[in-house]
Design a protein around this ligand. Structure first.
Ligand SMILES: Cc1cc2nc3c(=O)[nH]c(=O)nc-3n(C[C@H](O)[C@H](O)[C@H](O)COP(=O)(O)OP(=O)(O)OC[C@H]3O[C@@H](n4cnc5c(N)ncnc54)[C@H](O)[C@@H]3O)c2cc1C
Length: 348
């Protein structure tokens, strides 16, 4: 008989694991304190890129596995996944293109915004025509150099619009026969209903209390949501302090960011102002209106992402899947497939 599977957590890790089990025909239920936009996953910018997660020798293969699945999902506009050009810049040194990025087509770029038609700039009009792939270049275009940055590379990556993607995962999970119970808090994994013989722990930063993991650190991130920036067709990221990113989504743009050791889930308006000011300065744009602020605690684990099989005190199988730091979306499918292998013994 097939196992009955309980997943604790309904962020990107729990939903992706749930989907993998349910679509393999397992009776699967997700239990979580918070769901959807209330989770850390709901606060993420959700660009595919390994960041703030260890160790590299595991993170990179999981990330590349996820990349392949997300490319397929990007063919379905309802998934909320799309492919976008990421321009990663550095303010200080010559940027290093990671080895794993080269086969994905990464190449060095000059820090600049796309060419815009000088007449459009003068008129203050939208410049989309000039930035469309294949748009004809004319002598009246000029490159807007981003002098604040010194070097950079570019790479096409998947972007998950969390306002669409988390619902897409949840709906697909339910369609495959899964169920989701919100407002369910467990003090210990042993408290999960004994009818489930396999338990998957996707509690994110909540695993600190749930399994008393003192290795987990809250890497607090705050972002500002602003209207779409018309002449920004690609994501701009700079990891040098101060961390700065601008990620255009279908209906808005996510500006970041912060990464500090803190448990504070309240948005700080001075931080939002700092983020918006730094992004406007870097991108040479007027300060945009702020539509919203989001805060989340990246579940960073000092000894590395925990994808591991164990046994609960009452003998049930537990597979842990937490500690993804700033890469929960980037690692989601690669980790979920490994969790499935461990739980079903097919490659334990
Ligand atoms: C500002 C910001 C930007 C980010 N940008 C990116 C990015 O661009 N790309 C990327 O890949 N990642 C990014 N991340 C990181 C990413 O958001 C996280 O790694 C990811 O959300 C972790 O997902 P998760 O499902 O493991 O945890 P969570 O989303 O935190 O979900 C945990 C779930 O477990 C539940 N839970 C916890 N404890 C219990 C309990 N005791 N009982 C019951 N339920 C419990 C919670 O209610 C929740 O449902 C970003 C994070 C932040 C904050």
């Amino acid at each position: 008989m097939k196992h009955q599977v309980a997943i604790v957590g309904s962020g990107v890790s729990g939903l992706t694991c749930g989907l993998v089990f349910a679509e393999h025909g397992y009776r699967t239920a997700i239990f979580a304190k918070e769901i959807g936009q209330q989770t850390t996953s709901g606060a993420a910018a959700a660009l595919w890129f390994p960041y703030d997660a260890e160790p590299a020798d595991k993170v990179v293969p999981w990330a590349l596995g996820t990349y392949r699945t997300l490319i397929d999902l990007a063919r379905n506009p309802d998934s909320g996944v799309s492919m976008i050009e990421l321009r990663q810049f550095s303010r200080t040194e010559k940027i290093h293109i990671p080895d794993w990025a080269i086969p994905l087509g990464a190449r060095a770029v000059v820090p600049s915004l796309p060419p815009v038609m000088s007449s459009d700039v003068e008129n203050g009009a939208a410049v989309e025509a000039a930035t469309r792939p294949g748009a004809e270049r004319t002598g009246r275009e000029r490159i807007r150099s981003l002098k604040i940055f010194k070097s950079g590379f570019s790479l096409r990556v998947p972007l998950m619009d969390t306002t669409i993607y988390l619902d897409y995962l949840a709906n697909r999970f339910v369609t495959a026969g899964g169920s989701i119970a919100a407002n369910t808090h467990f003090a210990r994994l042993e408290d999960v209903d004994p009818k489930f013989d396999v338990v998957i722990n996707c509690a994110g930063i909540g695993a600190r209390e749930l399994v008393r993991d003192t290795d987990l650190e809250p890497h607090r991130g705050q972002v500002a949501i602003v209207p779409r920036i018309k002449d920004l067709p690609y994501a701009v990221v700079c990891d040098d302090a101060p961390l700065m990113y601008a990620i255009p989504r279908r209906n808005d743009c996510v500006l970041g960011g912060t990464n500090e050791l803190s448990n504070d889930l309240a948005a700080d308006s001075a931080t939002t102002m700092r983020i918006v000011t730094e992004c406007a300065r870097a991108l040479k744009i007027e300060k945009p209106n702020v539509l919203g602020e989001r805060v989340g605690l990246r579940p960073f684990r000092k000894s590395g992402v925990r994808v591991e099989r164990d046994q609960l005190r009452n003998g049930r199988t537990i597979v842990h899947n937490y500690g993804h730091g700033g890469s929960g979306f980037t690692l989601s499918w690669g980790c979920a497939e490994r969790v499935f292998e461990l739980a079903t013994d097919s490659a334990a």
